[in-house]
Write a protein that binds this ligand. Sequence first.
Ligand SMILES: [Fe+2]
Ligand SMILES: [Fe+2]
Length: 220
Amino acid sequence: MRKEYRRDIIIPTAEEAKELLGKELGDQRMRLGEVMSYQPLFKKLKLATDGVHDIFHSARTLVAGGTLARWEQKNGARLRIPEIEVGLIIHDSRRKNDGYDWMHGVRAAKVARGLLAGEMLHNNLRLIELMCAWHVLPDAWTPKQIREIPEMIIFEDSDALDRQGRRGNLNLDYLRLRRSLALVNIMKSLHSKTDERRKETIDPLQIVAGEALDIGLLIQ
Ligand SMILES: [Fe+2]
Ligand SMILES: [Fe+2]
């Protein structure tokens, strides 16, 4: 449904967002193969398949982050995109429950270090740790230097974009990027299409990637 947000911003429908992505990002959209290349990491994390912060959430935030990051980069932002993607895959992997669980970000940061040490430059690993560790706390409690890291802004918007359905209501005021607002309805569509299929025995990452391709977030 088309919805007026602020006076100067109209949130596009899923269909309009697909067109917009095609026009503005075109063949620079994230590819299905890029999403699937993270399968070994997903396997290592052994993510739950039955909670609100499960493997589907992880995979959808990966698609949102991968898309948003490429879109921002196309418009001049300098970003470490793999770090955003890997961070999003890991960020909720060590939750003990679906409530606040204040320490889950710190646990995720430790997992990131354990899994990726030796594979990434120290600075890049440090960025992943920071994003994982600090994504849990309200903005008011997060140091400005961390809140304002460009990768962190994309990371947090992407996490918020999956706040749909059983995951509560997305508060549009929390989205910091204008392009995130453009993705609200297409991400809503990805959420409902993949949520309907959660009982299938197909690999959840494949389900999310397939549906994302279908609605125009990804390309082949
Ligand atoms: Fe989280
Ligand atoms: Fe999350």
